[in-house]
Ligand binder design. Sequence first.
Ligand SMILES: [Mg+2]
Length: 376
Amino acid sequence: MRIKSVDLFPIVMPLKAVLTLPRGASRTLAEGKQNILVRITDEDGETGWGEAGPSRRWSAETTQSCYTSLKHYLAPIITGRDIFDIAGLHEAMNQELAPGLDPGQPVAKAAIDLAVHDLICCKMKIPLQSWLGAKRRDRVEIGRLVSAPTPEKAAEITREARAEGYKGFKVKVGHDADLDAEVMTAVVEAADGGFVWPDANQAYSLQQAQTFLRHIENLGVTLFEQPVSMADVYATKKLLSTTHITIALDEAAMGLPFVIDMIRRDAIEGLAIKISKTGGIYYARQMCDLALNAGMELVGSGLMDAPIGFAAAVHLYAAYGIATPVDLNGPQHIAEDYLATPFPMEGQAALVPDGPGLGIEVDEDKLAKFKLDLDL
Ligand SMILES: [Mg+2]
């Protein structure tokens, strides 16, 4: 069964809150949440949906780069290919846009990968989790992202989130190690036994990370995400040898070859999974298998995913049994999306949809409403 056509829908959804990374706002309110939706149609007229949702201050891709890569390179090369040859499809995409230390414009490639997985599963009338072949969980607990300038504000956000049913809290750090430690202390206290973990998004030097770790080692924190530069293997190894807290790699773990190299160097013990950074489910599931077989801790994460990416992540994280709350913060930031009916939730737990494919329905009228005119 072959791919007949690939349609692109650039959209912008309104934001209700801004996520700030150490490099600045991931997206401003004025920018909104920009995504390129991809609809793949096969010879039978059946369709599957994917999306590219880049975060330009997290990795190098932009809305514009995703659109032009999809339109001029990826869509033409996959048209006419067998939908069931997912490996061949990725080889073809990698032939067009070469992988480097990362998988080579993975956010754009992930849009194709998601659409093909959705199409296959819709065709087989099975949920994506069934295609993944593992039913370790039927729900995924969603964590609350805490990004606040003061310990008082952080504690307030955490208390409010607890009252809303959140059981996990990811704290954005990487600004000032001493102040960040105060923020962490405030969140741990306010979380009242909830799972709390910091993410520095590569912003600390080795010395700053060591200072921060000294402050938080007795708080009961068990995991610290991407403390130092993705390229600084020496600092990562040094931290691993000096703390009992698991150091999980995120930006450093974009592609399988570098993760394998980090295993060979004894420089990795935890992994943050994001479908978009790996180039889609095909590679993300390989990374999950590698992590589980190597005894690494897995945490779930995303790039402020809209419903298509969110749904794919819920299927994957449930399949791989990720029990800790995951950082899928799209619903926390996106004010309005394109779903025909809301995503199934119970409290702050996302339930794995039981319909075919991703198990969600895209409302094409809403895509028209959110249409983004790209200035290319
Ligand atoms: Mg991260």
